[in-house]
Design a protein around this ligand. Structure first.
Ligand code: GDP
Length: 179
């Protein structure tokens, strides 16, 4: 019979200016558009993956300013999300620190209600000459918190962005199968 449509709510987190919007737009349109306004929105994108219709809802969140880091992720966001993408820039160490804080916050908050799949993304891989966060550091953080890890350039290629969403979808399906 007809296969059921799969819905996946994906929450994007991370500091400002790391490329969250670029990554979202790249996934939605396959294109890179340089500048975006500061809008917080939920986008829908349907895709056929392995012959199955997948409906992604992508919440491109704004990193709150003048706000305690402990309040940077709301309970509402965590309850909504089936999976999370935490983005930093490989040439912005403070954005890596934000991801480190956020990943620990999420893992603590979710201790009782299960572990949502998380992918950590080091973006702006094209800016090697300005790198301040090594691949090793990113990989170790991901390993320590049981997250997936990719380094990508939303500016240069669609492929890396696609891999991130497909890997997250796999993890979401695994998590659902365990429930
Ligand atoms: P957000 O605040 O996290 O949503 O970040 P944006 O998507 O608005 O991107 C911030 C800035 O970084 C913009 O000027 C983008 O053009 C730029 N940018 C985003 N992704 C990349 C990338 O992979 N490489 C480079 N070189 N610049 C990027």
């Amino acid at each position: 019979g007809a296969q059921q449509k799969v819905e996946a709510n994906v929450l994007l987190l991370g500091a400002e200016n790391v490329g969250k919007s670029a990554l979202t737009v790249r996934f939605l349109t396959r294109r890179f558009i340089g500048e975006y306004g500061d809008i917080e929105s939920i986008y829908n994108h349907s895709d056929k993956i392995d012959g199955r219709e997948i409906s992604f809802n992508i919440w491109d969140s704004l990193y709150p300013q003048n706000c305690e880091t402990t309040e940077s992720i709301t309970e509402k966001q965590l309850q909504w999300a089936d999976g999370l993408i935490l983005v930093y820039s490989i040439c912005d160490r403070s954005s890596f620190d934000v991801v480190r804080q956020q990943v620990h916050l999420i893992r603590q908050a979710k201790k009782t209600s299960g572990m949502s799949p998380i992918i950590i993304v080091g973006n702006k891989r094209d800016l090697q000459h300005r790198r301040t966060v090594s691949s090793e550091e990113g990989r170790l953080l991901a390993l320590s918190a049981d997250c997936g890890f990719f380094e990508i350039s939303a500016a240069e290629t669609y492929h890396g962005v696609l891999l991130v969403f497909h890997e997250l979808l796999d993890l979401i399906r695994e998590a659902r199968a365990l429930k």
